[in-house]
Design a protein around this ligand. Structure first.
Ligand code: PLP
Length: 404
């Protein structure tokens, strides 16, 4: 039943939706205002400017009432034409789903990746992209699509390396990046990294409920959208970008989510150290959680420490232990939600989210629940991950990370 959680807060430790801070909940509780009235323009301009800073861009950012999936579709259909060739890279389940969407939209897709299970354990190999683009002497490939933070595995990808790969062969393909679970948690720089369309959503690092999708644009992406022929109406950028100049939206915006977004941007941008502090904080949390996993003697899904996700950690359960059964015990006994394994790693791993409105002690709760649940599920642990994480957090003050 809905009143299952009798006391205390539920521990929402999935990698998004992430917990919504009280400050944002309160901001969203204000009465909905007239979206054509004068007050709205103030809010509209404020959120549009705030979200640009979060994406680290001076280009327009389009805000849709919609989920991340909608923002994926918006990115593809604004810059491409039916039958266009698109180069994608499968790092995990979300990259695979984006590919499935591209196929449904009638694009000619090609998927790169490493062979076998390794592919879901490492980030994008930019050299594979470069090799493929070099062979495309006729420039048939119109876009390269990659996922910045693969939420299904806890692996990030080096977006700058992908940009360099495209530039190295002077290929005109646009670079489209899904940073749905990266933005606001893992370092991301839309302009400096030369991304053409960045895609995001509200329910992860932005600490908002689900319901907003984002496209950050580049001048080249806007140019491409003027001649692209994929059918688009609701997702079309042109009217949105034009009307946003005055702080208004062509259709009814999610006013209350925008109150929350204004607050979220303030929280991310106005603290000491700004976004750099936010990124460093997530790296530290991630290392604390990984310290626990190593102490348990369990494997981390990401096999390349250079691209460990600061947002979530995929914990592989020992052979023969169903990770979803472990999650179920933890949920029933300790009121803690952990992320399920998705796609081909279902039952083989669970995911601990360490993003957004966390702190050392909420993460200690997630680790304690996990450790108790693993033991109850009969998993033999090498040592206490909780003890190891406590030592890590106590021994590594957040300020030290910031000063690095
Ligand atoms: N891409 C990534 C990396 C995601 O993590 C998600 C959702 O978790 C999506 C795409 C899909 O977004 P949504 O579920 O908001 O449609």
């Amino acid at each position: 039943t809905l009143d299952f959680h009798p006391t205390g807060r539920h521990f929402l430790s999935i990698p998004g939706p992430s917990p919504v801070p009280d400050r944002i909940l309160r901001a969203m509780s204000l009465p909905t205002i007239d979206h054509r009235g004068p007050e709205f323009a103030v809010l509209g301009k404020r959120v549009l400017s705030g979200i640009q800073q979060v994406f680290r861009t001076r280009q327009p950012v389009v805000i849709y009432p919609g989920s991340g999936t909608g923002a994926w579709e918006a990115a593809l259909c604004n810059v491409l034409s039916p039958g266009d060739a698109v180069l994608m890279y499968e790092t995990g389940q979300f990259a695979a789903l984006w590919h499935k969407m591209a196929v449904r939209l009638g694009l000619k897709t090609e998927v790169l990746g490493l062979p076998g299970a390794e592919n879901w354990r490492r980030g994008v190999q930019a050299d594979l992209i470069e090799k493929r683009l070099r062979a495309d002497t006729q420039h048939e490939i119109k876009a390269v699509c990659v996922v910045h933070n693969e939420t299904s595995t806890g692996v990030t990808s080096d977006i700058q390396a992908v940009r360099r790969a495209i530039d190295a062969c002077k290929h005109p393909a646009l670079l489209l990046v899904d940073t749905i679970s990266g933005l606001g948690s893992a370092e991301y720089q839309h302009d400096a990294w030369g991304v053409d369309v960045s895609i995001s959503g509200s329910q992860k690092g932005l600490m908002l409920p689900p319901g907003l999708g984002f496209n950050a644009l580049s001048a080249r992406a806007i140019e491409a959208s003027k001649t692209a022929r994929m059918p688009k109406a609701y997702w079309a950028w042109d009217e949105m970008v034009e009307m946003n100049k005055t702080g208004y939206f062509p259709t009814t915006p999610n006013t209350n989510l925008l109150y929350g977004l204004a607050e979220a941007c303030d929280m991310l941008l106005q603290q000491d150290g700004g976004l750099d502090a936010v990124w460093a904080r997530h790296q530290r949390w991630a290392e604390g959680v990984r310290t626990a996993v190593r102490a348990w003697g369990l494997e981390i899904q990401c096999a390349d420490p250079a691209v460990y996700s600061p947002v979530l950690t995929g914990v592989v359960t020992p052979e023969g232990v169903d990770a979803d059964k472990v999650r179920q015990v933890i949920w029933e006994r300790f009121d803690l939600s952990l992320g399920t394994g998705l796609g081909k790693v279902k039952g083989r791993m669970f995911r601990i989210g360490h993003l957004g409105d966390c702190n050392d002690l909420t993460l200690m709760a997630a680790l304690s629940g996990s450790e108790m649940g693993l033991k109850l599920a009969g998993v033999k642990l090498a040592s206490s991950g909780v003890q190891a994480a406590m030592e890590y957090f106590a021994g590594h003050p957040a300020t030290a990370v910031l000063k690095k």
